[in-house]
Design a protein around this ligand. Sequence first.
Ligand code: HEC
Length: 158
Amino acid sequence: MKHVQWPVFAALLWGAGLTGCDRTIEGETKPAGDEPSALERRLDSAQVERGRIVYEKNCQVCHGDQGKGLPGDWRVRDADGFYPPPPLDDSAHAWHHPTAVLLEVIRDGSPAGEGKMPAWQGTLTEQDMQDVVVYIKSLWSDPVYRLWLKMERQSLEP
Ligand code: HEC
């Protein structure tokens, strides 16, 4: 059952606007500090590098250098009523989403009329999108990555 919950959950988050996210995920708050860890990320460094190139060319203009976001508060809607692009490092909540949802957001963009994330399907290849997701994961700290991995595994459970 769990694997169907994530997309539904994500759809609710999109619907509710991105700022709802932090309050919605009970018990999954960002841990304080960077504990040293022997966590093995299993991210392929060649793929991270390919993803970085895709990111810098297509995403950085809105999501900032190394996913740190742009100046200004991404939690506050712009004058046009839409949210600014959030950071994609672990200071916002890209890490609350399993791989499948991240890929969906990148492929399809914001739901029509509900946001300004462009759809990349047709512009980027499937491989580019998978590479950029791996690059985004490489930006997260170890404690955040560990939490993300737990959620990812739960989302994949039968
Ligand atoms: C024109 C500006 C723009 C560009 C370019 C852009 N994005 Fe976005 N992105 C946004 C906005 C705005 C949002 C927030 C969407 C919303 O409020 O519906 C977003 C949201 C996202 C999210 C969801 C974040 C979360 O916390 O849930 C991901 C992941 C993402 N973008 C990845 C990418 C990637 C990868 C690229 C490059 C291939 C990219 N974006 C390029 C504007 C952009």
